[in-house]
Design a protein around this ligand. Sequence first.
Ligand SMILES: *[C@@H]1O[C@H](CO)[C@@H](O)[C@H](O)[C@H]1NC(C)=O
Ligand SMILES: *[C@@H]1O[C@H](CO)[C@@H](O)[C@H](O)[C@H]1NC(C)=O
Ligand SMILES: *[C@@H]1O[C@H](CO)[C@@H](O)[C@H](O)[C@H]1NC(C)=O
Ligand SMILES: *[C@@H]1O[C@H](CO)[C@@H](O)[C@H](O)[C@H]1NC(C)=O
Ligand SMILES: *[C@@H]1O[C@H](CO)[C@@H](O)[C@H](O)[C@H]1NC(C)=O
Length: 535
Amino acid sequence: MQKRSRWRGLVVLRRLLIGAICSIAAVALLSVHVHVFLSSKVPDFSDSYKLPTQHEIGFQRLSTERKWVQELAPPHLSKAPLPSRKLDGARGISDLDKLWKPPQNRDFVPCVDPGANYTSPAESQGYLLVHTNGGLNQMRAGICDMVAVARIINATLVIPELDKRSFWQDSSNFSDVFDEDYFISALAYDVKVIKKLPKELATAPRAVKHFRSWSGIDYYQNEIASMWADYQVIRAAKSDSRLANNNLPPDIQKLRCRACYEALRFAPQIEAMGKLLVDRMRSYGPYIALHLRYEKDMLAFSGCTHDLSPAEAEELRMIRENTAYWKVKGIDSREQRAKGYCPLTPKEVGIFLMALGYPSSTPIYIAAGEIYGGDSHMADLQSRYPILMSKEKLASIDELEPFANHASQMAALDYIVSVESDLFIPSYSGNMARAVEGHRRFLGHRKTISPDRKALVHLFDKIERGSLKEGKNLSNKIIELHRKRQGSPRKRKGPISGTKGMDRFRSEEAFYVNPIPDCLCHKEPPDMNTSIIIR
Ligand SMILES: *[C@@H]1O[C@H](CO)[C@@H](O)[C@H](O)[C@H]1NC(C)=O
Ligand SMILES: *[C@@H]1O[C@H](CO)[C@@H](O)[C@H](O)[C@H]1NC(C)=O
Ligand SMILES: *[C@@H]1O[C@H](CO)[C@@H](O)[C@H](O)[C@H]1NC(C)=O
Ligand SMILES: *[C@@H]1O[C@H](CO)[C@@H](O)[C@H](O)[C@H]1NC(C)=O
Ligand SMILES: *[C@@H]1O[C@H](CO)[C@@H](O)[C@H](O)[C@H]1NC(C)=O
């Protein structure tokens, strides 16, 4: 009797132990990162600006993570290459390879050096102060444009002030977000840049001016430069879209690219943290950066309430009502969505990625602020793609602390991880999506899939009505719809025909979305002296 109960006790104990071991293994499989980095084995990051060097990170991570890379990476990575049949065609490339294959670069290379007659900055006529406006990406583009404007009007550029009153309410100064000294030295041959307006000019008469949107060189050379006759200081009250996208001298266009893609780096502590996040993400294998613009401000602004509860829809409506600078108040969500104007919901993104063929083991980095409704709206995507990461999941609270209360700095981290990703997918074509897309084009046409939201929503609605099912047919349709939306080289789109005035400029593809033809050129064939060919 006694023996038997002891035996039964042993069985129970054994089952418990096996269960515990299995669950520990399962948890470890999914969260080894987070645990490793939250545990006390990590170097102490209490000195917040002292992130580990890349060398340390690499060393520390190698032993534990090589294994995970192999397990989680798509199988083709760990296999020896297939005996090659023909290397030139698409034949023989596995489906998985295709998923990560960047678009053909067609020999485009950066061509940002100025022409032969370019000179160092002319004698300065005065100082240009710039008040940037908008979120991180809008400010970035504005800063690069103002570098070009300063060059055109022979101004000394004072390091721009960042927007502290935008929706994001970030108190960061330029040097908190960008590498100020590098910016100044990298542009030394183009524009004189100084950190502060000289003291003796603090009270000098200054012109405060809203530069006209999308202006060409004539406007700046004539209207703006003529103000030097009366003022030593000109202050640009806004920085967004002040410079035309097209029809500017090549040297000015190239300067915009040098400013944005070379001179304007993030501050060292942001670059270091960004690299750390990229390394941690990469340890899971090739990854998708998903710019999931499913944040409160976006939904309130756009009036998109699909799949939200009535209470949530009402909350968003109230925010819109109370935000003075959002002019459009009454919005028909259904109509917006049907036109393709709404960001994809997290659930829709999940259906989309599955249809494109990305296996559920694909690591995904969510580049976003706080997702509206949090986990409640993420559940479906999370169940399809369990390796769903974010800066908050990849880094410890202590590591993120220096950046956490600064929306621009947090956005900069997302920017870095997105630019470096193997595939970038924006759920909405906002400023961040466009800036990252353009930067990735510049860096060699890294793959960016832009969802055709209008067509997709039409298909998703069919699924909801039950007249279409997820599966091969849907997948084929969605793959076909996106065959030509993968970020391959093409010329920047001009204005939509028939549009006039400001709408004409507004309808153009923005300069920083696609730097062809100005800053990427077709590599010249060796024995020919043909000039830039754009096909
Ligand atoms: C450069 O300057 C020379 C001499 O002034 C001129 O002939 C030539 O057209 C200029 N080249 C360009 C590309 O502007
Ligand atoms: C930005 O600069 C201003 C003026 O120098 C300073 O008062 C403020 O504290 C700075 N903000 C941050 C976040 O460092
Ligand atoms: C800027 O300086 C150059 C060289 O002195 C001059 O040719 C050009 O006209 C100036 N531009 C303006 C807008 O003053
Ligand atoms: C897929 O499409 C084909 C042709 O349009 C149709 O015959 C078939 O029933 C569809 N299959 C499913 C599962 O919907
Ligand atoms: C190409 O080279 C030839 C001979 O050297 C020259 O005459 C011609 O102008 C060049 N064409 C271009 C586009 O530079």
